[in-house]
Design a protein around this ligand. Structure first.
Ligand code: NOJ
Length: 562
């Protein structure tokens, strides 16, 4: 397997709006990030992924860009950005930018022009179609609800928007558009940034006949599925992008790819494909979801989770590279979802960190994860800010499909604002995030869950993350060892090995709040063992049989005599 720095790195995702406000306007900003670079250095991460910082009317918190070369005024200026880049590089931290190029904002100059007339030079930068008998061109539904098409009253044509109507999809068929995007990417790379996280990149290629999707019986609008995701055209575009831009720089690239399967993922990340370094797959993020997806009944089953994770680990082995994450700005907090955010918050947060960081792939830490931040429950829907959450609330209540309480419960479990409450820096006003009025309420548990309380506590989640991160730097087996699931049928323990040369890394994680017996499989032979990390004080250091405590995690390095 080829060795690259981005395989050996740990990425930390910053959602700038909620990270640190430096000027009291209640919104996080670039100078706030600069203030906290030493904190991030202390944690030990290598790369910062910044969720979008470009000019935007913020219909979708920056994922609707109106100027790709400008900085959102709430976040600062381009000079602030240059300073952030320089200060990060001084500390040997790289910066990966979010790149949202499936769509722009409807306030981008290209769209303003495109809308002006059918003959405008920019008309074809977007996807315009005639309706059919007074209806949209097809039945595709937008990811935030409703039809994916919006009628423009002036030209009486519809434009496609797979997200909100303020996020019109760009037309990748248009060569001039591609050239402009590639030159914009080069502009950022020439500034010295270190890579791109590409938003819904597997959606840029579309079936040009725009056929109807299969109606799924839940909504009148169908999920266009593979008509707009993973279409073969996306590979033409990415290979062109790679040739024109990416291949000229030593950078990290990760593409967000909803609904991708492992074999499709290899088409994006195969080392002979010349496309991307890795993708964010979503299968494990939908574990236990029923027909209503994230807003319906869900049941977590460790067996199903193991099957999904192991499939991704094994199928990409030797062929491509995984990204590893359990939460981000679109997902609930991982300790609330996969652990226990109450009695065993500290133990389960550490167990999940161990579980994820010992897998094969590049680990991503989402801001606040390293101090065990949890989901939030606001009493009123008016305290929520996320467009997806607000649209879902409106859709379900207006159609009578769910009661207020039912939809609020679903939002508490899966709403995106769970991850977007301000970072909890200390136990002072607004958790030390801002001196002003925060744009979204702070999670009231900041009084006891905050970074300051954890920095000096050697048993804190923060200090555990530091250790986990340093282990990856020290032991090559954690980066390059082969994955193998063990104790497959155990309903409570997720245990796996990594193998490199004559060494075995044994990872043992109890995913439940009861004590469970672990017995080592007979075929794992070793002469010597070394405990690399554990989230409890280990008294009996034998691995033949271990009575694991609630959410206990242990990692051993097993060696055979040479
Ligand atoms: C995925 C991003 O992660 C999400 O936050 C955003 O709403 C959509 N793409 C649309 O850009």
């Amino acid at each position: 397997m080829n060795k690259y720095w981005w395989k050996e790195s740990i990425v930390y995702q910053i959602y700038p709006r909620s990270f640190k406000d430096s000027n009291g306007d209640g919104i996080g900003d670039l100078r706030g990030i600069i203030e906290k670079l030493d904190y991030l250095k202390e944690l030990g991460v290598d790369v910062l992924w910044l969720s979008p910082v470009y000019e935007s009317p913020n219909d979708d918190n920056g994922y609707d860009i109106s100027n790709y070369k400008g900085i959102m005024k709430e976040f600062g200026t381009i000079e602030d950005f240059d300073l952030l880049l320089a200060e990060a590089h001084n500390r040997k931290i790289k910066i990966m930018m979010d790149l949202v190029i499936n769509h722009s904002s409807d306030e981008h100059q290209w769209f303003i022009e495109s809308k002006k007339s059918k003959t405008n030079k920019y008309r074809d930068y977007y996807i315009w179609r005639d309706g059919k008998d007074g209806l949209p061109p097809n039945n595709w539904g937008g990811c935030f609800g409703g039809s994916a098409w919006e009628l423009d009253p002036q030209s009486q044509m519809y434009y496609l928007h797979l997200f909100s109507k303020k996020q019109p999809d760009l037309n990748w068929e248009n060569e001039n558009l591609r050239k402009e995007i590639f030159s914009m990417m080069k502009w950022w790379l020439e500034k010295g940034i270190d890579g791109f996280r590409m938003d819904v990149i597997n959606m840029i290629g579309k079936d040009q006949s725009y056929p109807d999707g299969i109606i799924n019986g839940i909504s009148i609008y169908a999920d266009p599925g593979n008509l707009s995701k993973n279409h073969p055209k996306v590979h033409d575009y990415l290979q062109e992008m790679n040739k024109e831009v990416l291949s000229k720089y030593d950078i990290i690239t990760v593409g967000e790819a909803p609904d991708v399967t492992p074999s499709q993922a290899i088409e994006f990340v195969g080392e002979d494909r010349n496309e991307l370094n890795m993708v964010f797959e979503f299968e494990h993020m939908s574990v236990g979801d029923g027909p209503e997806g994230k807003w319906g009944e869900t049941t977590f089953d460790l067996g199903e989770f193991k099957t999904i994770m192991s499939k991704w680990q094994s199928k990409l082995q030797g062929k491509g590279w995984n990204s590893l994450y359990l939460n981000n700005h679109d997902q609930p907090r991982m300790v609330s979802r996969f652990g226990n955010d109450n009695k065993y918050r500290i133990e389960s947060a550490k167990m999940l960190a161990t579980f994820l960081h010992m897998l094969t792939g590049t680990p991503y830490i989402y801001q606040g994860e390293e101090i065990g931040m949890t989901n939030v429950k606001f009493d009123s829907i008016n305290d929520y800010k996320d467009i997806e959450t607000l649209n879902a609330y409106k859709g379900f209540t207006e159609s009578g499909k769910k009661s207020h309480n039912e939809i609020m419960d679903a939002i508490y479990k899966r709403g995106r604002d769970n991850a977007r409450t301000p970072f909890q820096w200390n136990d002072k006003n607004n958790a030390g995030f801002t001196d002003g009025n925060p744009w979204i309420k702070v999670n009231p548990n900041y009084k006891y869950i905050n970074a300051q309380a954890q920095l000096d506590d050697e048993n804190s989640i923060f200090n555990y993350y530091k250790k986990v991160i340093r282990l990856r730097k020290k032991y090559e087996i954690i980066v390059y060892g082969d994955y193998n699931l063990i104790l497959e049928d155990n309903k409570y323990i997720y245990s796996y090995t990594r193998k490199l040369n004559d060494e075995i890394l044994l990872v043992i994680c109890n995913f439940c709040e009861n004590p469970v017996l672990f017995s080592i499989p007979k075929d794992i032979k070793y002469d010597r063992k070394e405990l690399l990390i554990s989230n409890y004080i280990v008294d009996i250091d034998s691995i033949d049989e271990i009575m694991l405590k609630p959410y206990e995690a242990r990692v051993y390095l097993l060696k055979n005599k040479a």
